[in-house]
Structures are given as C-alpha cells and as structure tokens.
Ligand binder design. Structure first.
Ligand SMILES: Cc1ncc(COP(=O)(O)O)c(C=O)c1O
Length: 366
C-alpha cells in the first residue's frame, strides 16, 4: 500500500519538529550524571509555590473534564488586559493559537507572511496547510524587516505574523515600527504578534500591543504561560483579538483544549504579578552573566530581550553543540531555524548552569 500517495504534497515535504533533547535521554545515551539543558528557552526556575499548590488542589478533580469554556481563566485574562471575555482565545500553548489562525483563515492559494529565521512552527504549520508560508528575510541586524513584510503582502495574504521579540535571535521591533506596519497593512490582513517572551523584555521602546486592540480590529496578540511562568509542561497560552474574529476562531478549538491543571495554574499566576516582575529581573541578571561570559570567550552574541542568546560561532555550530553535549550541556544548533551551521541558541539558565556552560565552552575553545 502506497500511503504516501494519500497525503498532500506539503505534508510529505515537511520535516517533523525536532525538540531540544530531554535531559534523561542525554544522561542515558552519554552515561552522564549531571546534565544542564539550555536548549528550549524554558525557565530554569520551577513554577512558583502558589502555582504548584493550585495544581495539587486541582488534581483532586482530575476525574472530571475541564471547564471547556475556561470561564474563570478567560475572565481573569479579560480583566488583566482590559478587554471583553469574548476577545480571549485560549490555546493548548500559544502554539495552538497560531495553528488555529492558520487553519481557520487560509484557503488554497492564499498565503501567510512571516519573518525568517524565526519560530519553526510558522513554516511547519504553513507547510502542512496548503504550503501557504511566505518567509521574508530578517534585516542585517537580525530583526524582523517589517517594511519588507508589508511589501510582501498581496491580495491573497490572509495573515502576517510578527514574532516580537523574535525566537531565535532575541531581537525586537519597536513601538514606532509596529505602529507603521499596522498603518501600512490593509485591514483585511490579520496581523498576529507572537509575544511568547513579552514579560522578559527590558527595552523601553518595546510595544504593549495588547493595548492597541481597540484601534486595530485586525490585530491578534499571542501570549503564553510557558516561558516566564515556568509552565511549559502544562501547555497553556492565549490570543487576544476582536470578539467577532475570536468567535469564529473558537469553532476550530478542540473541546477541552486547555486541561484543568493548566487552567488552575494560569489563574494562580495571574493572581501574583509581583512574582512575574521578580522573575523578569532575575532573568535579566542571569542573561547579562551569560552574555558577558560568552563575549569574554570571544564569541559574538546578538543583543537579546529574551531568556535566550543567539551566538555566532567561529567554526561549525553543530560541532560545538556536540562537544558541549559530551560535557553534559544541551544547547540548540540553528539548522532547523534557517541559520545554517554558524549559530547556536543558548537559553539562559540558573547562575550555576550558566557557569557550567561557560566552563565547558572555555575548555572546548581552548
Ligand atoms: C516565538 C514563540 N512562540 C510560541 C511558542 C510556543 O509556546 P507555547 O508553549 O505557548 O506553545 C514558542 C516556544 O518556544 C516561541 O518561541
């Protein structure tokens, strides 16, 4: 039976998403006791104690289905952002929100404009959905080229995705740049701003686009609980947009797509904004520690607003990542993200994890 004949060409051409290696796999394969994972832009800190307590509490009712409408979380997010509850779309991670946008909006022959290199899920999802992706190269300083993206829009463009700050470069686009883009792009094109790393940003001219929703009915803002809030394993993120748009997107959401532990944990996060601010401060200090250490080793580090650093390597990034792996440090070579063999992405770890990474790099480069 030729199963391949059954599938759309876009599916056959797609290479599956390859996540960063889990710690247990590296321990098993290399026989190492201590392994440091700096590969998936996770927060190295565990969830806050109040969040863990809320999860334990919610676990007692795991025999029940989750609240399919996620009433409490939807209302808490609406209140946080000053929008109507109907403006909130919850996802099984913000990944699912991006997926829903592409699947719901794009018909064969239409396209989605995004910057590249960026988050691998954009080309992957577009690839399996009518091969609708239209990548636009970044600027020379590794940022989304918003004017070039506006130029790439045509009458068949349904969606334009801005990753801000961008994964894997850590760079960002300013308030003025985003305002110009929204003024230039026709209102019939949905502009999704993926702000997975929003809370980590320390730059003053970074936009809070969630405040612009009233002025721009074609704007969708995506956020997640996976990163700064340390809930990557639970899978909960959301989109904010015009209620008429969100109403249609809701139809593509699977029933119970956000599980009950995730709902309880996200609610506990929202109850403590001071904890989020403290997490951002701790990350900024550790990001500085890691960046300074890498630069002291002679490596070129792209200035980052996130919890990861893009590092350009003098030789093969794959070889360097492999040598680090053998010393128990998992980082991410950037092939999959379209950066060839010249760059590594290193997530910001705890102080001692950063130190272990720098020590291993020092040994290798010597
Ligand atoms: C830019 C960007 N958007 C979205 C996501 C997905 O996050 P989530 O865990 O909410 O699906 C990631 C995760 O790495 C990311 O880097």
């Amino acid at each position: 039976m030729d199963f391949q004949a059954l599938f759309r060409p876009g599916i056959l051409k797609t290479r599956p998403y390859r996540p960063g290696k889990p710690v247990s796999e590296v321990q098993r394969e290399l026989g190492l006791d201590r392994v440091v994972k700096l590969a998936s832009n996770e927060n190295p800190e565990p969830p806050a104690p109040a969040v863990l307590a809320a999860i334990a509490d919610a676990a007692r009712e795991l025999n029940r289905y989750p609240d399919g409408a996620a009433y409490a979380l939807t209302h808490a997010l609406a209140e946080k952002h000053g929008v109507a509850p109907e403006a909130v779309l919850l996802g099984n991670g913000s990944n699912e929100v991006i997926d829903m946008l592409i699947r719901a909006l794009v018909s064969p022959g239409e396209n989605v404009v995004f910057g590249w290199p960026s988050f691998i899920v954009y080309p992957l999802t577009c690839g399996i959905h009518f091969e609708c992706g239209r990548p636009v190269p970044l600027t020379d300083d590794d940022r989304f080229d918003l004017p070039a993206m506006a130029d790439a829009v045509d009458d068949r463009t349904k969606l334009l995705i801005v990753c801000n700050p961008n994964n894997p470069t850590g760079t960002y686009n300013t308030t003025a740049e985003l305002r110009r883009l929204l003024a230039e792009v026709p209102e019939r094109v949905i502009v999704a701003v993926d702000e997975a790393y929003f809370e980590y940003v320390t730059a003053d001219d970074y936009p809070d686009t969630a405040r612009w929703l009233d002025a721009h009915p074609n704007l969708v803002v995506c956020r997640t609980f996976s990163k700064i809030h340390s809930l990557a394993g639970l899978r909960v993120g959301y989109g904010l947009g015009h209620p008429d748009l969100i109403r249609e997107l809701q139809k593509t959401r699977e029933p119970f797509n956000v599980n009950s532990l995730a709902q309880a944990a996200a609610l506990a996060v929202l109850a403590d904004p001071a904890e989020t601010a403290a997490r951002a401060r701790r990350n900024a200090a550790r990001r500085e520690q890691l960046a300074a250490g890498l630069r002291a080793l002679g490596l070129e580090v792209v200035p980052s607003q996130t919890n990861f650093l893009l590092v350009r390597c003098p030789g093969s990034a794959d070889a360097l990542a492999d040598a680090l792996l053998r010393r128990g440090v998992i980082v991410r070579p950037m092939h999959q993200f379209g950066l060839g063999d010249g760059a590594l992405r290193i997530s910001v770890g705890l102080e001692e994890e950063n130190a272990a990474c720098l020590a291993a790099l020092g040994e290798i480069l010597a």
